[in-house]
Design a protein around this ligand. Structure first.
Ligand SMILES: Cc1ncc(COP(=O)(O)O)c(C=O)c1O
Length: 387
């Protein structure tokens, strides 16, 4: 259970009410979906604060207010996907700027950095951010941003957000944290010193695997202003309907995360004892090398677990057999999703790239859903029997 300051509404209350106030005109208790591309103007230069839907939309405003409150930021800006949100952050930097990034990120991020943004003159250095000293050493005069995912996808390595934020502060560099795996329910990077937080809302924030989205939560008004300009100028905004899906999803974030965490711990313990499983990567296990840091900077361990089956053929055999667990990319939904990083989420890294960071062909990743946990365990047990 997370701590809660007395004077401040608790997390679940903010999730359900902040930005989600009843509609002023009708009293509707859910935020209306403003399916409109434009707004009536009363005269030249006279409007109600909304002019054109790429620039702003009331459903979007509500979601941006809500997500900023959940992460403890001053404002947030939502985009068409997590990648669009990450790309929007990068447009705040320019040719000649340097970025230090984690060496084990969701595969789509280095793909964007290396195959798109490097062509515009932004330089990237990848380091193991689980060692804050390496981040310190990699920062140069031209460094503008340190980009960290914690825990990482799929190796579940942690980075010490507070330690890295102190380095960034000292050197005048922005720290951006991808908080997708933990959600603001279990990890609050801004309270630990991050300058911006990014999410693929596609995952736990939405929680129902029915919409793509991304958000950047800001700590300074000028960041929100700049990102608002990027929404208007580049146009990769989140549609009103998908904003509404996230607004609906976050209402149950607290209860979902509690159950994801309870079941996650049970599945990790089960896999850890299973004779067909060679290794389990889960920060909640006492054997995880950063278990102490996990207890310090997170208020739960979450639902993301990776484990080693020993070979591609073993992974293939077990994944063919799963029935309750759905084989597929993505994570954070109510349904248990199981995937094979080497051929799915991290295929873009190439064999050498994966080998360099320790992603093997036998590795399987599971996003534990909120079905009855005994059904998930029985499914994994029968699937592992195929190895
Ligand atoms: C940690 C993390 N960050 C960002 C992304 C990208 O998000 P999206 O798929 O919504 O573009 C993903 C996608 O899997 C992810 O796992």
């Amino acid at each position: 259970m997370r701590n809660q300051k007395k004077s401040h509404p608790g997390f679940a209350t903010r999730a359900i009410h902040t930005g989600q106030e009843a509609d002023r005109e009708t009293g509707a208790v859910t935020v209306p979906i403003y399916a409109t591309s434009t707004y009536l103007q009363e005269g030249l230069g006279q409007n109600k604060g909304y002019e054109y839907a790429r620039v702003s939309n009331p459903t979007r405003t509500r979601l941006e207010t809500n997500l900023a409150a959940l992460e403890g930021g001053v404002a947030s800006r939502v985009f068409a996907s997590g990648m669009a949100a990450i790309n929007a952050i990068c447009t705040m930097y320019k040719s000649g700027d340097h970025v230090v990034a984690g060496h084990n990120l969701y595969g789509g991020v280095p793909r964007l950095f290396n195959q798109v943004l490097a062509g515009y003159g932004i330089e990237f250095t990848y380091v193991d951010t689980s060692d804050a000293k390496r981040v310190d050493r990699a920062i140069r005069k031209a460094t503008r941003m340190v980009y960290v995912e914690t825990p990482t996808n799929p190796l579940m390595a942690l980075s010490d957000i507070r330690a890295i934020s102190q380095i960034c502060r000292r050197k005048g560099v922005d720290l951006v944290v991808d908080n997708t795996f933990m959600s603001p329910y279990f990890q609050q990077p801004i309270a630990l010193g991050a300058d911006m937080v990014v999410h693929s809302t596609t995952k736990f924030l939405n929680g129902h695997s029915d919409g793509l989205g991304g958000v950047v939560v800001c700590t300074r008004p000028e960041q929100a202003e700049q990102l608002g300009f990027v929404q208007k100028a580049a146009g990769a905004i989140l549609s009103p309907f998908e904003c509404w899906l996230v607004l609906r999803g976050v209402k149950t974030l607290a209860v979902r995360m509690e159950q994801h965490d309870r079941s996650g711990r049970m599945v990790a313990a089960f896999l850890d004892k299973h004779k067909k499983v060679k290794k389990v990567f889960y920060p909640g296990l006492p054997g995880h090398p950063q278990h102490a840091l996990a207890k310090k900077q997170m208020t739960g361990f979450g639902a993301m677990i990776s484990f080693e089956t020993g070979s591609l053929s073993n992974a293939r055999k077990m994944l063919r057999k799963v029935r309750v667990c759905s084989l597929g990319e993505s994570l954070g939904g109510v349904e248990t999703l199981i995937s094979h990083p080497a051929t799915m989420t991290h295929a873009a890294l190439g064999e050498q790239g994966r080998k360099a960071i320790g992603i093997t062909d036998g590795m399987v990743r599971i996003s534990v859903g909120i079905e009855n946990v005994e059904d998930i365990l029985a499914d994994l047990d029968q699937a592992l029997a195929a190895i």
